[in-house]
Design a protein around this ligand. Structure first.
Ligand SMILES: Cc1ncc(COP(=O)(O)O)c(C=O)c1O
Length: 375
């Protein structure tokens, strides 16, 4: 048996939606994208949803909307994909890295305050694997130091914190989702920013399409006028109706797909809970994870990955911490010893396959091979 680390959930429904979008003749951003935004904000509960072509684009637009400028500092966990730190560099601002918690692998809120200077402008928590960070503690710090909060929710669809869906937490300025191929809602490439702030929403809408003012764009598209105005130095971050058509189909299935991942997680946890060589993922009581990732910790991680690969099980590692990447290390002089928990977690972390279309036999096969190899 061969089990890849990830397989996308693509059914005839998604395929027919793409065909429908193509037959409509409107390939780029148009009516399907507006429909997707409307459905997405209804699902999340936010007043605004702005569709873009990646979470990276959403994070960039969010930082621009809240006014990040050159030399500002933005606090980011070191245990994340490079995009979270990269968007800060677009402004010639500085990503200030924070260590993580040993159990959840999320930003350690107890270590944030020590990193704050007069240049600090924002905190970007990342909901690792789908589990929300300690948002109330983050809001308390943000309030005390007058900081913006941009959530990197690339993994958190659908997730909730204290009963509220990620994407609609009141203390947050903007939340950014990813629809990349491996994500829980996947359109191939894509992203969404949600906010309850009209001014931020307007800025993100304008800047996702070259800084063309929406009013002018509306006149251009609906009234046939040729006139438009550039009111900001925007980007080309719009999505297409083909992607949005897939998104609409996948959005409807989010709860079901999430349940399927939760079942797989439950099976892994039941199977491994008495294995002393495995540290299981830990989810805090007051939040629900999307189960985007199922990360165990083990000794000799690299060798276990190799052996699992030979046995037919694809695995991955989330993440190589930002402070270890040459570009970031050299440009910002991060010191390895400032991130002891992230370093230890990185050495041991292994992400097992977890996706809705895994059969019971495939899950059982992964369990059997992990038990065999880890001992
Ligand atoms: C935590 C995190 N943030 C941001 C991103 C970027 O997402 P996208 O590929 O949609 O730009 C990813 C993608 O893997 C991610 O894992």
């Amino acid at each position: 048996m061969q089990i890849p680390f990830h397989k996308t959930h693509t059914t005839d429904e998604e395929i027919n939606a793409v065909v429908g979008a193509m037959k409509s003749g409107w390939l780029t951003m148009g009516p399907k994208t507006l429909e997707f935004e409307k459905a997405f904000k209804a699902f999340i509960g936010s007043s605004e949803a702005i569709s873009v072509n990646s979470a990276t684009a959403a994070l960039h637009l969010a930082l621009k909307a809240v006014g990040i400028k050159r030399s500002d500092e933005v606090i980011v966990p070191t245990n994340t994909f490079v995009a979270t730190a990269e968007v800060v560099t677009y402004f010639d601002a500085v990503p200030v890295l924070c260590d993580i918690e040993e159990d959840t692998h999320n930003i350690d809120v107890k270590k944030i305050e020590a990193l704050i200077t007069e240049k600090t402008k924002a905190i970007m928590p990342v909901h690792f694997g789908g589990q929300a960070c300690d948002m109330d503690e983050i809001y308390a710090i943000a309030k005390k130091y007058n900081l913006k909060v941009i959530e990197d929710a690339a993994h958190a669809m659908p997730s909730s914190y204290k009963g509220v869906k990620i994407g609609n937490l009141k203390g947050t300025d903007v939340t950014c989702f990813s629809f990349y191929a491996t994500k829980t809602l996947s359109t191939g490439e894509g992203g969404m920013a949600t906010t309850n702030n009209e001014i931020y929403a307007k800025s993100m809408r304008i800047n996702r399409l070259h800084g063309i003012s929406r009013d002018a764009w509306d006149r251009y598209t609906t009234k046939g006028a040729w006139y438009y105005e550039i009111v900001d130095n925007g980007c080309k971050y719009n999505t297409t109706d083909i992607n949005s058509a897939i998104g609409l189909v996948q959005l409807k299935k989010q709860e079901i797909l999430c349940k399927k991942r939760a079942n797989i997680a439950q099976k892994y946890t039941t199977a491994f809970k008495n294995n002393n060589n495995i540290t299981l993922p830990f989810v805090k009581e007051d939040r629900e994870t999307s189960w985007h990732l199922y990360v165990i910790k083990i000794d000799n991680r690299d060798s276990v990955i190799e052996q699992l690969k030979e046995a037919g099980v694809g695995c991955s590692v989330h993440f190589i911490p930002i402070h270890k990447h040459p570009y970031y290390k050299e440009r910002y002089h991060y010191k390895n010893e400032d991130y002891p928990v992230a370093n230890a977690v990185f050495e041991q972390s292994l992400s097992l396959p977890i996706y809705p279309d895994m059969s019971d036999e495939e899950v059982a096969f992964v369990i059997e091979k992990v038990q065999e190899i880890v001992g």
